[in-house]
Design a protein around this ligand. Structure first.
Ligand code: ADP
Ligand code: F6P
Length: 323
């Protein structure tokens, strides 16, 4: 019987648990002995493994976060760290590894693959910054949380005639901000892929008021050059001239801790089960994601080098819909 381990790494994302559950139960159905690695690459280096049976992954499909724990692990960037990780797997005769995580974690998966480990990655991060998956596990849930917050802020913005600045996560990727801005009806959206100056944002808000709007929402990605702090400083400095009353909300980690939405649970279930099937079939060094609504596999190497392309027409649509 072959042995396969699963770990979660990097920022936790809603749906990781559902993916662990599907990998474990799917693997056992294929006759594979399944193990979990606790705390991502830190646990892999330290040999923190736990056997997982069907009952060990019960009651988690609807829970955010990850039952295995996760980590940012600088030690894994070193040769010693990666050699130790490989040794830990060999010592336990574990021949396959499933890495559930984002861009950095999949770069780590590629490093292990190059060291001979049969690795399959599952694209999972709220940032949706991975090429090879139209949408990553957790991003849809995080988007829902951002939207709920924007809807609430709009109510109070409208009551007071204020401008609200909402900063969302996403690291260097503007996906969450752009989608939350469009679906939340924002008057301005700032993303790292298409920088705007504070002057341009102020002009957009002024214009919105001149068109008869009584309040405004600005959605800014945390990775934008002018983030919430920079914009707030600008608006404070120019308060007399602009005459906007501004309030700032940084959503931060609130976006990560949600109950996985139906799409994330379903995708996670498909991806987790597909990961063990691929390992069983001898296909590895790949990332599994959702492309065109289906599970799709891409080689890890090009994915880890590529930034996700930005679609400028979304930003243009946002401008049109904010009229
Ligand atoms: P995410 O996977 O959510 O993007 P990180 O970028 O923090 O999160 O990556 C998670 C972990 O993956 C890092 O702490 C590190 O252990 C590992 N990792 C990141 N980049 C690399 C790399 N270039 N080579 C090897 N391992 C990496
Ligand atoms: O990668 C997911 C993410 O939530 C990013 O959006 C954010 O920049 C980062 O992780 C925050 O990391 P940490 O939880 O380590 O503060």
């Amino acid at each position: 019987m072959s042995r396969v381990a699963v770990l979660t790494s990097g920022g936790d994302a809603p749906g990781m648990n559902a993916a662990i559950r599907a990998a474990v139960r799917g693997g056992i159905a294929l006759g594979i002995e399944m193990f979990g690695v606790r705390h991502g690459y830190s646990g892999l280096i330290a040999g923190d493994f736990v056997p997982l049976g069907p009952r060990d992954v019960g009651g988690i499909i609807e829970v955010g976060g990850t039952m295995l724990g996760t980590s940012r692990c600088p030690a894994f960037l070193t040769d010693e760290g990666q050699e130790s990780a490989v040794r830990q797997l060999l010592q336990r005769d574990i021949s396959g590894l499933i890495v559930i995580g984002g861009n950095g974690s999949q770069t780590g998966a590629l490093a292990l693959s190059r060291r001979g480990v049969a690795v399959v990655g599952i694209a999972s991060t709220i940032d949706n910054d991975l090429v090879g998956s139209d949408i990553t596990l957790g991003a849809t849930t995080a988007l829902g949380i951002a939207l709920e917050a924007i809807d609430r802020l709009r109510v109070t913005a409208s009551a007071h005639g204020r401008v609200f600045l909402v900063e969302v996560m996403g690291r260097t990727c503007g996906y969450l901000a752009l989608m939350a801005g469009i679906a939340g009806g924002a008057e301005a959206i700032l993303i790292p892929e298409a920088e705007q100056s504070p002057e341009q944002v102020a002009a957009a808000i002024k214009d919105a008021y001149q068109r008869g709007k009584s309040h405004a929402i600005i959605v800014v990605a945390e990775g934008a050059r002018y983030d919430a702090d920079a914009l707030a400083d600008y608006f404070t400095e120019h308060a007399q001239r602009l005459r906007f009353e501004l309030r700032v909300t940084k959503l931060g980690h609130v976006q990560r801790g949600g109950v996985p939405c139906p799409f994330d649970r379903l995708s996670a279930s498909l991806l987790g089960a597909a990961a063990v099937e691929r390992i069983q079939a001898g296909q590895h060094g790949i990332l599994l994601g959702i492309v065109g609504g289906e599970v799709a596999a891409q080689p890890l190497a090009p994915i880890c080098r590529s930034p996700k392309p930005h679609a400028p027409h979304w930003l243009e649509l946002a401008r049109i819909l904010a009229r």
